[in-house]
Design a protein around this ligand. Structure first.
Ligand code: ZN
Length: 293
């Protein structure tokens, strides 16, 4: 499979709990990180941003594989997911931190954003170059309590009343661009919300006729059949991944430090890597069966 072409854009379209949930569902999005940008101080906190004195907007940093999703479609999702004609507010969320803003990193992103504004003169979206690291107004990652908010707080009133209907509406407007229309709910939970199937409950998986296990999201070739071993832990286990097929990230959730395994091509969560494997590699890729095919 071709190599991912990674691009970054920072988008503000109201509360970042919403925009994060929306963009995690977009095919080709590798990573979504809520944060603050577009202001004139460095490293602001949530409380400071809420005072509207730092000039920051609540934003998400979207890293995407432009071999899977075009920049044009990233912007299409962005404009479909918020009201770009509302100045400094989104619905009941009022304040400059909720303004519509695009911080681009490439000339193509800038031109496409400007084209949209030209065609939609009622848009109030700000377009700026993303400030470099260590400059005032650069992207600052939000506090941990604001990461993965929707996935972790689905029953909270704000999520049920504001975010869930927004996602449902989008589902109809831009269905072909979303994971939720092609994945089963179990697959969606694991691949896009970093879920884990209960041990011994995954579907039976077998390697393809070419002896390869693939990502259930994008069909990226992940593991060769010969690297699978019986670990008796309740999840498919492999002692080696195909070179370049997965990303390894530090995962500090659930009070543990683990190594998360994601598909390098579509960014989907697959499972975790442990260094207690019984074979010569010493590795145990513990992978959700619903993430594989
Ligand atoms: Zn994938």
């Amino acid at each position: 499979m071709a190599k991912p072409i990674k691009e970054t854009i920072v988008l503000g379209g109201g509360c970042f709990w919403c925009t994060e949930a929306v963009f995690k569902n977009v095919k080709g999005v590798l990573n979504v990180t809520p944060g603050y940008a577009g202001g004139h101080t460095k490293n602001p906190s949530y409380e400071e941003v809420c005072t509207e004195t730092t000039g920051h907007a609540e934003v998400i940093k979207v890293e995407y594989n432009s071999a899977l999703v075009t920049t044009e479609n990233i912007l299409k999702v962005f404009f479909a997911s918020h009201d770009y004609t509302q100045l400094n507010r989104q619905g009941n969320d009022v304040g400059t931190q909720y303004r519509s803003i695009i911080l681009y990193t490439t000339e193509e992103q800038k031109l496409l954003a400007e084209k949209f504004i030209k065609e939609n003169p009622d848009a109030v979206t700000e377009i700026n170059l993303l400030a470099k690291e260590n400059e005032a107004g650069e992207f600052t990652i939000a506090e941990i309590s604001h990461q993965d908010y929707f996935a972790l707080h689905k029953t909270a009133p704000y999520c049920q009343v504001i975010i869930a209907p927004k996602i449902e509406k989008l589902q109809k407007e831009i269905a072909p661009l979303l994971w939720s229309t092609t994945l089963s709910s179990e697959q969606y939970h694991i691949l896009r919300e970093s879920g884990t199937e209960a041990p011994f409950t995954g579907k039976n998986i077998e390697a393809g006729t070419d002896g390869i296990y693939r990502c259930a999201g994008c069909k990226n070739e992940l593991f060769e059949a010969g690297t699978k071993f019986d670990s008796n832990c309740g999840w498919p286990s492999f002692d080696k991944a195909i070179e370049g097929s997965v990303l390894l990230l530090e995962d500090n959730s659930l009070g543990m430090t683990r190594t998360e395994v994601r598909c390098a091509f579509c960014g989907s969560h697959l499972g975790h890597l442990f260094n207690d494997g019984p074979t010569s590699t010493g590795q145990r890729f513990c992978i959700n069966a619903f993430g594989l095919e």
